[in-house]
Design a protein around this ligand. Structure first.
Ligand code: 13P
Length: 340
């Protein structure tokens, strides 16, 4: 019954040369980002920041959808338009982060479980009425000597699958996101091993919960060396390990895989996206769903002042354009000096 609506949402999100803007930072996370630029996080400063992002002229040329936080879905632009309605009018599909964040997993030091399933069916109904077309749930998997454990991988996979089933029941396309963190000094090989294991558990749980693979998207990290690893894998190694891992774990029935940026610098994220998306012989569409790697330069310029809006929007447009080209394998470093 909901299948045609979800298929049209997926088609809209996976338009070639476009990706997703993740602007769904929870209130504590956006407060940290604002603290870096010495801005107080208030309902109005958050609204005004998101309005700056979403009113960027031509953003829809490279952005197909935007993930919002609960608060933003209910906020209005200065002209009185509800944010999701405004985005839809600009040709960008509105989505919503529906998890309630990751908390410590009892008895498993250093590991987390994402919460938010209680009352989710009712919230999804409301989100659909407010205009959301897709949803996101993020699980967090940290790497250290003795983690992740089988228990935390399985618990998170189960929650992701229950979220995805509920989301499809509501006619909203689920973006299933098991994020393997890049914190630590582990090798790229260890990241590949953990990511492959996590994705295999997630797809086993999705199967058990009868989630329709054709009506969901996977959001995952690229396979990378840990941030503090002395030997950083180069672009061909990242592309090779990432694609090998995905081919071993993600069924071909999944229509698309979108990458998170996960704390990489914005230019590094774009270069790696370009390298991974240059591998064309894969069964899924590949694209991006970046938060920090799209927003960071704009946030730094904006600093909460109306005078900086045009400069900040131009920085956001530039990053979106570079990442849009990277999806087609057409990005080169030289584009960084060509401002839009
Ligand atoms: P980053 O690209 O900043 O990792 O954020 C993407 C996201 O939505 C994480 O859930």
């Amino acid at each position: 019954m909901n299948a045609p609506a979800m298929e049209s949402t997926i088609e809209g999100l996976l338009v070639r040369g476009k990706g997703i803007l993740a602007a769904d930072e929870s209130s504590p996370t956006i407060a940290k980002r604002f603290a870096d630029i010495k801005i107080a996080s208030t309902e109005e400063s958050r609204r005004s920041y998101r309005e700056m992002l979403f009113t960027t002229c031509g953003l829809d040329e490279c952005i197909s959808g935007v993930i919002l936080f609960d608060e933003t879905l209910r906020q209005k632009t200065t002209n009185g338009a509800l944010m999701p309605k405004w985005l839809a009018k600009q040709g960008m599909l509105p989505g919503i982060k529906v998890d309630k964040g990751a908390v410590a997993l009892a008895n498993f030091a250093g590991e987390k479980i994402t919460q938010g399933l209680d009352g989710l069916r009712e919230r999804l109904k409301e989100y659909g009425e407010l205009g959301a077309r897709f949803t996101k749930w993020r699980a967090v998997i940290a790497i250290d000597e003795h983690i992740p454990t089988h228990t935390s991988i399985e618990a998170n996979a189960e929650a992701l699958a229950m979220f995805a089933a509920l989301s499809q029941e509501a006619g909203l396309v689920p973006i299933v996101e098991p994020e393997v963190l890049m914190d630590g000094d582990h090798s790229i090989g260890r990241c590949e091993e953990v990511t492959t294991g996590a994705l295999n558990s997630v797809f086993a749980a999705l199967f058990k919960h009868r989630v329709v693979l054709e009506q969901m998207l996977l959001k995952t990290g690229m396979v990378l060396s840990g941030k503090d690893c002395s030997q950083q894998a180069d672009l061909p190694e990242v592309a090779e390990a990432t694609i090998r891992c995905l081919l071993r774990s993600v069924p071909a029935a999944v229509p698309g895989i979108v990458f998170l940026s996960g704390g990489q610098s914005d230019e590094a994220a774009t270069q790696r996206l370009n390298a991974v998306c240059s591998v064309t012989d894969v069964p899924w569409k590949l694209s991006f769903s970046f938060g920090r790697a799209l927003q960071a330069p704009a946030l730094k310029i904006w600093k909460g002042s109306q005078d900086n809006v045009a400069g900040a929007q131009s920085a956001l447009h530039h990053r979106a354009k570079c990442n849009g080209l990277a999806v087609e394998g057409k990005y080169s470093e030289q584009m960084e000096s060509e401002k839009t």
